[in-house]
Design a binder for this molecule. Sequence first.
Ligand code: HEM
Length: 171
Amino acid sequence: MGGDRKVFTFEEVTVHNNHKDCWLIINGKVMIEISIYSKIKAETEALLLRRGSGEWEGIQNQQYHEVYDVTKFMEDHPGGDEVLLSSTGQDATDDFEDVGHSDSAREMMGEYCIGDVDASTVPLKKKYKIPNQPHYNQDKTSEFIIKILQFLVPLAILGLAFGIRLYTKST
Ligand code: HEM
């Protein structure tokens, strides 16, 4: 096992995003208990951790993003093919975990695993940002008064000028 595993860039994986060709990126950590390959990784990790080696982070980041070619599984996926498609183009780990897949589903994953993603090519997760919204002014009355004044002040000046003119003319 592992001989035909490839390392893909994030870009290479995300182009496989249609019904005829669908690849997913799911964090390999979920398979720790069931795949021998992952067990070896877990052991290596533990060893490095015990040694206090700084490489642990690197190993975790570089290897725990696995690529699954689920094209052949799409029709049979109990959750349907559309959810699989909607999870392409990103790290689908959260989508996969949110569903609460069973152990047997996790075991099935091994069949479709074709390699790993080079973690350095995976874009960082975007934090949710509240979209720019027009400032909501709760006090609408002051806005209204300002609008009225903008209209009334020039009118009052005009009226005053007109009144003065009439007054000076008559005297
Ligand atoms: C290699 C990847 C995947 C495999 C092997 C797989 C396998 C399965 C299996 C066997 C089930 C039946 C329920 C269970 O045993 O847990 C299932 C259900 C489901 N899966 Fe997946 N799945 C994969 C990826 C995904 C992804 C990325 C999503 C995205 C959200 C997803 C969404 C769902 C949904 C919504 C259900 C239905 C849950 C329900 O109605 O109870 N799956 N999947």
